[in-house]
Design a protein around this ligand. Structure first.
Ligand code: PLP
Length: 444
């Protein structure tokens, strides 16, 4: 009997005992291609020598110093690295231990910013349906995933949700991308006006929607319009790049491809590549200066923020990405993976959509392609695909069910940035077999 309560109370999981390159190995000696990077985390794969070496070095130097007493050279260097590569305008980094902590901190920064500016009436957060921002209470409140929130509703702050920019599900037949971008962004302006422009703190969105809707990129110009609306009403734009950021879509930050700079940006997952738990909030000079001129500090903090081991891992991961020019591989292998997915699935009767950017892709399953009718959520096709994939030594990230009124099943692919062509081909081959087998196993 396991005393570890992690996933479901009774699930039997393989025991991971090793990892090298893009593979994980279980206690029975079976190898799995980590085509999901865990949950879009393992950007350098497993056991990377540069990170191992950096962690050994840091452990021999200093593992931990509390931020109430010290800063550390390694945390300072990581912050310098993050800001050196951040979109112009983001000038400070706040280091935490993961994605939810980053989102919590960003929301509190947004609120404190307006308090410092003498606008305490500003209190509303607007976010989007079919989104996920973490499992701590404020992040959960911001996420638009009703089934995750249901049990905890009495504990959640009020958050207001609009539809995401999700072309496959929400772009009307015959509607141009431009018109759809305008309509999707207008939902934000309508919501701000409904709530009262002087009462809204921030709009929070994933630049490319992650697991909840499945690697959904925005249509062109959506975020430029969102940025303009936020500016019009003095509302802060928070982009959550915990999953889609740090190189996953082919640029270091996904918002670079949208031509917008947020006021606050959250990153995690690929920041430390899974070698240590770490996340960060990158914030604008204006927000930092409001704290500096006001109460003098951001009223927040965690015991492990800026942890030296975590900073060492993240710095080694980020320096390796630059040194080995891995973003070029993300673009090249992303294109190759996309091409192979399209060859394998474009005519598949039950694949409705293949979407994503860089090494961040999803395939969505449908019962009927022309009507986009999903499978009955009770069949849990996504879970069956994951099971069949695991049986074939392949990790894919499943999601499905009814999320804020939209039904659907998809799996997410987010392999390490070091993946090679032959490995990407193997991913698609195993995935194809897993999908066919899962669908064949559905009740007639
Ligand atoms: N934000 C997004 C977009 C995420 O995908 C996730 C996790 O999947 C989080 C926040 C929460 O991150 P963590 O699980 O590290 O707390």
């Amino acid at each position: 009997m396991s005393h570890l309560l992690h996933r479901t109370a009774n699930a039997v999981m393989p025991v991971a005992v090793g990892g090298r390159g893009i593979e994980l190995i279980d206690a029975a000696g079976k190898h799995y291609i980590d085509a999901s990077g865990g949950a879009a985390v393992s950007c350098l794969g497993h056991g990377h020598p540069a990170v191992r070496e950096a962690l050994h070095r840091q452990l021999d130097t200093l593992a931990y110093a509390h931020t109430a007493f010290f800063t550390t050279d390694i945390a300072e260097r990581l912050a310098d690295c993050l800001i050196a590569h951040a979109p112009a305008g983001l000038e400070r980094a706040y280091l935490v231990s993961g994605g939810s902590e980053a989102v919590e901190a960003a929301l509190k920064m947004a609120r404190q910013y307006f308090v410092e500016k003498g606008q305490p009436r500003r209190r509303h957060v607007i976010a989007r349906r079919q989104s996920f921002h973490g499992n701590t209470l404020a992040a959960l409140a911001a996420g638009g995933n009703q089934w995750r929130r249901a049990a905890f509703l009495p504990l959640l702050i009020e958050t207001h949700h609009i539809d995401p920019c999700f072309a496959y599900r929400f772009q009307a037949p015959g509607e141009s991308g431009e018109d759809y971008a305008a309509r999707a962004a207008q939902a934000l302006e309508d919501k701000i006006l409904e709530l009262g422009p002087d009462e809204v703190i921030a709009f929070l969105a994933e630049t490319v929607v992650g697991a909840t809707a499945g690697a959904v990129p925005p249509v062109a110009d959506y975020f430029r319009r969102i940025r303009a609306i936020c500016d019009r009403y003095g509302v802060l734009l928070i982009l959550d790049e915990v999953m889609c950021g740090m190189g996953r879509t082919g640029t270091l930050h996904a918002c670079e491809q949208e031509g917008v700079v947020p006021d606050l940006m959250t990153v995690a997952k690929g920041l430390g590549g899974g070698y240590q738990p770490i996340g960060a909030v990158l914030l604008s000079a204006a927000i930092f200066e409001a704290f500096a001129r006001g109460s003098g500090f951001f009223q927040h903090g965690h015991t492990y923020m800026g942890h030296a081991m975590a900073a060492a891992a993240a710095l080694a991961v980020q320096e390796t990405i630059v040194r080995d020019n891995l973003l070029a591989n993300v673009v090249a292998m992303g294109d190759h993976l996309r091409e192979r997915l399209e060859q394998r699935f474009a005519n598949h009767a039950h694949i409705g959509d293949i979407r994503g950017r860089g090494l961040f892709h999803a395939i969505e399953f449908v019962a009927d392609r022309s009507s986009k009718q999903p499978f009955d959520p009770a069949l849990k096709l996504h879970a069956a695909v994951k099971r069949e994939a695991m049986a074939r030594g392949l990790m894919v990230y499943p999601m499905g069910g009814t999320i804020d009124g939209v039904q659907g099943d998809h799996i997410l692919l987010a392999p390490p940035f070091i993946i090679e062509r032959g490995q990407a081909d193997a991913v698609v081959e195993r995935l194809g077999d897993a999908v066919d087998s899962a669908i064949a196993g559905l009740p007639a």
